[in-house]
Design a protein. Structure first.
Length: 318
């Protein structure tokens, strides 16, 4: 879920992707969406069945769903357990992103949830400068231990001006699988590369790095292609980059009590944005980032997730 929010720097680029989002996706290659949400503030306007239909319509073979509260993700996975991977979130209401690391009930709740076998990761956990304690603090340390014990990734959203926090954490816990939300959010490609070089246990995903969110830190140019420094980074670590939509909207008023979150109504354009830059990469790199790296991270195969005839039609699309 994005935290730093500004207005679009290039409204024409945003309009281009909004227009493209209405075009047919029937021939699009399958994609794994590694970062989606289903929140209390979305339930009023989007049902679990509608979430599933949007995933199918956009050729998403595998989707990681973060529930707020966590149980809401299970409502979707019950409809299509082959396609949906719920991860456990400590968040129950709006604002928990700033409180979770101080809540001593979190580790016990996490252990109980993971014991059910329903959850495939922990997150999204926000590590925002000024709102999070040292990573050695009790709650964070216990979640790290649970991630290692269950061999599941922690979906970590870090937002600092430097990469030191994650560098120290990932070096200290080389057995912990880390899925780095938004690829460092506000960090430079060089800072992201330093983490990736130092810690083979870190995978980075590019959710919300589109023309509508994190716009002061773009990863693509006006033509929709990755900026040269980001393309170099993705190709260098092509086995460890992934994509996600992070369907929360409007970003100016996340988790408002009086307005619903309509992120799933924006889903097609978020995915279209990623398909545009993926289409400019070498085909073998694109396939890894778009789909295969997610299968590897979660120990899945295409046969595990291709559940409908409509999906099978595009299974071998390059």
């Amino acid at each position: 879920m994005p935290h730093m929010i500004t207005r679009p720097a290039n409204p024409l680029l945003g309009l281009l992707f909004m227009a493209l989002s209405g075009t047919a996706t029937a021939e699009a290659p399958l994609l794994a969406d590694i970062h989606t949400h289903y929140k209390w503030s979305q339930q009023e306007v989007t049902t679990p069945q509608q979430v599933l239909e949007r995933l199918r319509d956009n050729r998403v073979a595998l989707a990681v769903v973060i529930g707020t509260p966590a149980e809401t993700a299970l409502e979707i996975s019950a409809l299509d357990p082959a396609r949906i991977l719920p991860v456990w979130s400590p968040y129950r209401i709006g604002g928990d992103w700033s409180r979770w690391a101080f809540d001593r009930t979190v580790p016990a709740r996490a252990r109980e949830a993971l014991s059910t076998g329903h959850y495939h990761g922990i997150g999204e956990l926000h590590f925002i400068g000024g709102f999070v304690p040292d990573w050695r603090s009790p709650v964070i340390s216990e979640l790290i231990a649970l991630g290692i014990e269950h061999d599941i990734p922690l979906l970590m959203h870090t937002e600092f001006s430097r990469n030191t926090y994650l560098l120290e954490l990932c070096r200290a816990h080389p057995r912990l699988k880390i899925l780095w939300a938004h690829a460092g959010a506000i960090l430079s490609p060089a800072s992201v590369d330093e983490v990736m070089q130092a810690c083979p246990n870190v995978r980075a995903e590019l959710s919300a790095r589109d023309p509508w969110r994190y716009i002061n830190n773009p990863v693509t140019g006006d033509d929709g292609a990755l900026l040269p420094e980001w393309q170099t980074l993705v190709e260098r670590h092509s086995d460890r980059f992934l994509v996600g939509s992070d369907p929360v909207w409007p970003v100016e008023q996340l988790d408002s009590w009086d307005e619903p979150d309509t992120g799933w109504q924006e889903y097609a354009r978020f995915i279209r944005f990623h398909r545009e830059w993926l289409g400019r990469l070498p085909p073998d790199v694109a396939e890894k980032v778009r789909l295969l790296n997610a299968y590897t991270l979660f120990g899945k195969t295409p046969e595990d997730t291709i559940t409908t005839d409509r999906d099978r039609e595009g299974k071998h699309t390059p």
